[in-house]
Design a protein around this ligand. Structure first.
Ligand SMILES: Nc1ncnc2c1ncn2[C@@H]1O[C@H](COP(=O)(O)OP(=O)(O)O)[C@@H](O)[C@H]1O
Ligand SMILES: [Mg+2]
Length: 304
């Protein structure tokens, strides 16, 4: 209970025997306490509102579906697979799961499986012992060990080579892994969130992705919609990005109605990331603090 509440309780305890003046004090205090309580409740509700959208911008039905799934799984440890085109916010969603989840005080470790050569990926993920291969001059921990107690984000999971898929499956099932060249198994408590812009079902049909691993990773699937399927969110995203640019001291500007209409009509193959880049570019060219169609990329003006 707050200090004010404590004081109030003492006063109420004495109220039976109280004089009129003391009663008036009690009423004063009660008013103050109620005001503070309702202020706290309002602040909590506002914070919950932000959390309700997980720091993401967008109110289109497809995004509301995303928030609903995230809300259900954030406080659990179930593996989640985030699917969607490049730039749709897959990493943002994964990060939100970490930050709203029971392991938020633990480490967040993001690994882009497509950016690491397949032959090195196992040692990067699970670590290696000294002498395990040419160049392994000492023992080295992998990303899995680094993520112990936290969340491991495996981006572009479709790029994991088949032998490693079996080892990852074992880790997901048992929490056990063996660093390259090690004789002992190690344990780590890690929540795994994976993401892909590939059609994993087709990869399974083609024999490039293990079905058992897929079902293990995709206990829950979150689908990030392409931006062209939620054009109604473009104005809010534009305002958000331009405000952030201004906050960071980067060029920012107002968007004219004509320019906004073009931003909303464009197909955005690179999705939210492309919109973000476009606004940085356009704000740099803006004159008199305004982004007009002339400041937009040729592709947006239908000249691309
Ligand atoms: N709904 C959203 N609201 C605000 N920013 C977003 C949203 N979705 C994506 N972004 C931003 O767009 C960029 C690309 O998002 P990211 O999560 O990296 O996409 P992906 O992992 O799908 O390629 C990031 O800068 C991210 O912060
Ligand atoms: Mg990404």
């Amino acid at each position: 209970m707050s200090g004010l509440g404590e004081e109030l309780r003492h006063l109420l305890d004495r109220l039976d025997r109280a004089e009129a003046e003391e009663r008036a004090d009690a009423v004063e205090l009660l008013r103050a306490w109620l005001g503070a309580e309702s202020g706290r409740a309002a602040a909590a509700a506002a914070a919950e509102g932000v959390a309700g959208r997980f720091g993401m911008v967008g109110t289109a039905p497809a995004m509301e579906e995303v928030y609903a799934v995230l809300a259900k799984v954030a406080r659990t440890q179930v593996p989640v697979l985030v699917v969607g085109e490049s730039g749709t916010g897959k990493e943002l969603a994964a990060r939100a799961l970490h930050e709203q989840g029971p392991r938020r005080r633990g480490p967040w470790v993001a690994v882009n499986c497509a950016a690491i050569p397949p032959t090195l990926l196992e040692a990067e993920l699970f670590g290696h012992v000294k002498g395990a291969f040419t160049g392994a001059h000492r023992d080295r921990r992998g990303y899995v060990a680094e993520a112990d107690g936290g969340t491991l984000f495996l981006d572009e999971i479709g790029e994991i080579p088949p032998e490693l898929q079996a080892k990852l499956l074992r880790f997901l099932q048992e929490g056990e892994y063996r660093p390259v060249g090690a004789s002992k198994v190690e344990h780590a408590e890690v929540r795994v969130v994976a993401a892909t812009n590939r059609d994993l079902k087709r990869a399974i049909a083609d024999g490039r992705f293990r079905e058992d691993l897929y079902y293990r990773l995709a206990v829950i699937t979150v689908r990030m919609p392409p931006l062209r399927e939620r054009r109604e969110d473009v104005p809010a995203l534009v305002r958000d990005f331009l405000a952030r640019q201004a906050e960071r001291g980067e060029p920012s500007a107002e968007v004219t109605d004509e320019a906004m209409a073009l931003l909303q009509a464009y197909d955005w193959p690179g999705n939210v990331r492309e919109l973000q880049n476009e606004l940085q570019r356009a704000a740099t060219f803006a004159r008199d603090g305004r982004i007009t169609p002339a400041e937009l990329s040729p592709a947006l003006r239908g000249e691309g």
